[in-house]
Ligand binder design. Structure first.
Ligand SMILES: [Zn+2]
Length: 127
């Protein structure tokens, strides 16, 4: 495990996430993830630390309102958020992390478009 540094585009929002050097992220096909090109690295809340920019974040919700989509007010980038599948954790956008901190990155598909099929128990588990 290592602390990986991440930020939004303008740099107002900065954070770290504790994750292995070899990771597998998910690419989701749901309405919002597919439009954003978001790559999910999902971690328990205690492995995520916001360093700066709390006041620069704004929240967007839709559908069940469980997911808290957090965007930088200045540059519009969603660098991390609270996902519907893991409301007690964070999904960090791999695209907003410093890539050279990882050795290997795998990408697997997630079928968020058909929520009940992907998450028959109503939520996902942490790996
Ligand atoms: Zn920003």
């Amino acid at each position: 495990m290592k602390e990986h540094l991440g930020s939004c585009h303008c740099g107002a929002v900065k954070f770290t996430v504790l994750a292995p050097l070899n990771i597998e992220v998910t690419e989701c096909n749901c309405s919002i993830c597919s439009k954003a090109g978001y790559l999910h690295l999902i971690v328990p809340a205690d492995r995520f630390r916001l360093l700066q920019g709390k006041d620069n974040l704004t929240t967007y919700t839709f559908n069940t309102g469980t997911a808290q989509h957090l965007f930088c007010k200045t540059c519009g980038i969603k660098a991390f958020y609270v996902p519907r599948s893991h409301p007690d954790g964070y999904s960090v956008n791999l695209r907003c992390l410093e890539r050279d901190g990882f050795e290997t990155i795998g990408i697997k598909a997630s079928n968020g478009k058909e929520w009940e099929t992907q998450y028959p128990l109503g939520r996902g588990s942490f790996t």
